[in-house]
Every structure is written in structure tokens, then in C-alpha cells.
Design a protein around this ligand. Structure first.
Ligand SMILES: Nc1nc2c(ncn2[C@@H]2O[C@H](COP(=O)(O)OP(=O)(O)OP(=O)(O)O)[C@@H](O)[C@H]2O)c(=O)[nH]1
Length: 266
């Protein structure tokens, strides 16, 4: 859904989905606080109060840890939808318009009192844009590799994507495999266990997400931010943050939470 096209490292058409988000998503002891985002598309004009917030909230890049994260995967798996959901909290169903080229959104998250700026690049999944997007792999810190759980081919293509990643990205890039559209019911074509197995085989983190319901969307990006922050802090190996363990812990906490019953007045 990106508008416009980037043809190389230094040239980016100004129509490209290039937004510098002032929206902060703060995580404080598991409590999330969101502020509205001025990010959006060409004709979007943020409300005045949001612009004021951005002015006062502006920090120089040197005050952040800045990390480049790229969304990858076949066309139609939901890369743009996932990013838009994370950025704005919104999902537009049945509105598929394939991404053209590449563009980015900046998001700032707080990880244990450190501001981590994720520069999230949304790429076009279509084959014809591959040579453009390859150029962006090299300096990426993290890659979110998506398949669509309702589309077996997109899952089968993950091995080829991992091959490309090995060829073009840094050896130590953080990789997370995401089975998106987890909200799908009978249309599901890939079981969660298959995704887990593939992730184990390639030693990458894994979870299922839904840009539609919001399932695990924040968790995916926050886990990446956390991993990158801990990597940068150069923690000793024995104390190293483990992104897969972190995800497992969060998902288990979520699963074991008692279901809230509606207000019982009787
Ligand atoms: N049910 C469901 N539909 C989704 C989900 N995520 C995306 N979609 C739909 O899938 C279609 C493709 O989504 P996009 O986000 O444009 O896919 P993309 O990976 O960015 O595609 P390219 O830009 O071509 O690479 C759209 O119609 C979305 O509404 C999801 O989690 N659940």
C-alpha cells in the first residue's frame, strides 16, 4: 500500500510512504500508553494538538537508539496492514493495493526507560521490486518475515526468503517469522505448529499475528525493539535477552489470564 517508488538507496520519490512518526507507544511495566499519530499518507493533515505534541516531543536522533527493521514476505501477506495497525491502530479490510517500491515509518517505543526508535521499512512483496528491496537488507538490524496463514504458497516461499536474507543481510540480523492473518477461521491453510517447526529449523523467533484483530502486533515490534536494545547494550552472553523466550513468556501470560466475565450484577 506504499505510494510511490524508490529506485535506489539515495533516491526516494517524495510520494513514497515516508513518514516520520511522532507517535510514541510507551511501555512501562507492561502498561501501554499511546498518543495519536500524525503519520499517514500524502493528504493526511494531523490535528493541531498532535502537531504541538510533535514539536515538544521532538528529539534529535542522537537521543534515541535508532534501529532499522524491514518487513518482508510475499505480496498480500499483510506487511503494510501490520505496520499501519502498529502505527495507527487501524485496519482496513478488503482494501488491497499492492505496495510499490519501499518506504518507511518511524516509531518510538520505550524499553525499560530507554527510547528506542524503530525505523520500519515496508517493502513491496511483488517479485518485480526485489532488486530494489535487496539494497535495503544490508544495513537492517531486524527483519520481520511474514507469511499468510491462509496462503500455503506464501508459507512455502519462506525458505526462499530466508535464502535471500542469508545472501543480502548481515549475519547477525534479528529475524522474526510471523504467520499473519491468524484471525482466519476455516480459510486457514497453515497450522501454527508448522510455523513453529520452520522457525525452529532456522533458529528464528516466531509468532502468529493478525493485523485485523491486533493479535500480537505490538508484541512483535516491541520484542524486536527489546532485542535490539539489549544487543546494543552488549550484555554478557549468560544474561543475554532471548527474544523467543520473551515472546513465549508474554504469550503464556496472555493465555493464562482469566477470561473477564461481563459485569455480573446478580
Ligand atoms: N483477515 C485478515 N486480512 C488481512 C490481515 N492483514 C492484511 N489483510 C488483508 O490482506 C490484504 C493484503 O494486505 P497488505 O497489507 O496490503 O499486504 P502486503 O504484504 O503489504 O502486500 P504487498 O504490498 O503487495 O507486498 C488486504 O486486503 C488486507 O486487508 C489480517 O491480519 N487478517
Amino acid at each position: 500500500m506504499v505510494n510511490g517508488m524508490a529506485t535506489g538507496e539515495s533516491s526516494m520519490d517524495d510520494e513514497v510512504f515516508e513518514v516520520d512518526g511522532c507517535r510514541n507507544l510507551e511501555v512501562d511495566g507492561g502498561h501501554q500508553r499511546t498518543t495519536p499519530s500524525p503519520t499517514g499518507y500524502r493528504d493526511y493533515k494531523p490535528p493541531d494538538e498532535v502537531l504541538r505534541l510533535c514539536e515538544t516531543d521532538h528529539l534529535d536522533d542522537t537521543e534515541y537508539l535508532v534501529h532499522k527493521t524491514i518487513l518482508l514476505g510475499d505480496s498480500g501477506v499483510g506487511k503494510t496492514s501490520l505496520l499501519v495497525k502498529f502505527d495507527t491502530g487501524r485496519f482496513q479490510s478488503g482494501n488491497f493495493s499492492a505496495t510499490v517500491g519501499i518506504g518507511f515509518t518511524n516509531k518510538v517505543v520505550n524499553v525499560d526507560q530507554t527510547r528506542v526508535k524503530l525505523q520500519i521499512w515496508d517493502t513491496a512483496g511483488q517479485e518485480r521490486f526485489r532488486s530494489v528491496t535487496h539494497a535495503y537488507y544490508r544495513d537492517a538490524h531486524a527483519l520481520l518475515l511474514l507469511y499468510d496463514v491462509t496462503n500455503k504458497t506464501s508459507f512455502d516461499n519462506i525458505r526462499a526468503w530466508l535464502g535471500e536474507i542469508r545472501e543480502y543481510a548481515q549475519d547477525d540480523v534479528v529475524i522474526m517469522l510471523l504467520g499473519n492473518k491468524a484471525d482466519a477461521g476455516v480459510e486457514r491453510a497453515v497450522r501454527r505448529e508448522e510455523g513453529e517447526r520452520l522457525a525452529r529449523e532456522y533458529n528464528v523467533a516466531f509468532m502468529e499475528t493478525s493485523a485485523k484483530s491486533g493479535q500480537n502486533v505490538d508484541l512483535a515490534f516491541l520484542a524486536i525493539a527489546r532485542e535490539l536494545k539489549y544487543r546494543q547494550s552488549g550484555q554478557k552472553d549468560e544474561n543475554r535477552f532471548n527474544v523467543q523466550e520473551y515472546i513465549h513468556e508474554k504469550l503464556t501470560q496472555h493465555d493464562s489470564k482469566p477470561q473477564q466475565c461481563p459485569p455480573c450484577n446478580t
